[in-house]
Design a protein. Structure first.
Length: 293
């Protein structure tokens, strides 16, 4: 049976997210692997990989709230907004009080407008922003709406600031630190970033990628249904399962009729498909996982 499932890995500092994907793919050359949310080389922590047919669920993991612990140096700036770029120390910058930082952090909680960093993987006319920036082109990305659920100040001893953030998809933590510093009349660069969780996936249960071998890696796969744990779930009987796997519609008295999408689980507890309403109380598959786990 082809490998299918999710891997909760702890990406180390110094390598790209793509490198972690390559490490897993080398364990089984025939398997498809994708990650659900990039971490820069400077960052470490939770990186969820989707394997096999579970790659169809990447966007559902990406939608999950994310948790970070980030360190910044105030009174400094860099083009990359972190210490990966050339860091310039400001001349005689203001030194904010802890109370000022707490107040500024609270102002950044909620639905906010955030301008992504020039050195990011976002595309401008088909080219990555960081490629344009590295070639000396001026990059000014438009602000976009992101959601910040909370910001907690964990520690502060100027110039070092440590915060904990819970946020929605698309939020750049280094840009959050940039905006926090600017609201205090200064600048800041990110010096470290740890992603401590994505939805149900936590750093405490994340695996070291180096611990995976050709013999054990499939045993570390988590059930695909964890990727859609926020969706309503229904259990299908054998006939309903057969119809869905054949691309047909089915009905069920326990199906939530007002749901835009539901997760279909077979009698063995495996996610087999995602369903959407087709009218007249019927639901049909939008994404099928031919082999669940």
């Amino acid at each position: 049976m082809p490998a299918i499932g999710l891997l909760n890995l702890n990406k180390p500092v110094g390598i790209t997210s793509r490198r972690v994907v390559d490490m897993v793919q080398r364990l089984d050359r025939g398997v498809k692997v994708g990650h659900a949310g990039t971490l820069d080389p400077l960052a470490s922590g939770v990186l969820v990989l989707c394997v096999g047919a579970a790659t169809r669920l990447i966007e559902y993991v990406q939608r999950m709230p994310k948790r970070y612990r980030a360190s910044f140096l105030l009174g400094r700036e860099s083009a990359t907004e972190d210490v990966e770029g050339e860091v310039i120390e400001l001349a005689d910058p203001p030194i904010p009080a802890r109370e000022q930082i707490d107040t500024a952090a609270r102002a950044l909680v909620g639905e906010i407008q955030q301008r992504p960093p020039a050195y990011s993987a976002l595309k401008i006319k088909g080219r990555r922003a960081y490629d344009l920036a590295r070639n000396g082109q001026e990059v000014e990305l438009a602000a976009r709406t992101v959601v910040v659920h909370r910001i907690d100040v964990l520690g502060y001893e100027y110039p070092a600031l440590e915060i904990e953030v819970e946020c929605g998809s698309g939020t750049y933590i280094r840009s959050l630190g940039r905006d926090l510093a600017q609201s205090l009349g200064t600048m800041g660069v990110m010096s470290a970033l740890l992603r401590t969780g994505i939805g149900v996936f936590s750093i405490e249960s994340a695996l070291d990628p180096e611990s995976l071998t050709k013999e054990n890696w499939t045993e570390r796969l988590l059930p695909p249904r964890l990727a859609v744990e926020r969706l309503p779930q229904v259990t299908l009987d054998r006939e309903q399962t057969r119809r869905i796997l054949s691309g047909q519609t089915t009905a069920g008295t326990d199906f939530p009729q007002d749901a835009a999408e539901i997760a279909a689980i077979d009698e063995g507890g495996r996610l087999i498909a995602l369903l959407a309403p087709r009218g007249n109380g019927l639901f049909g598959p939008t994404r099928v996982l031919s082999a669940g786990k």
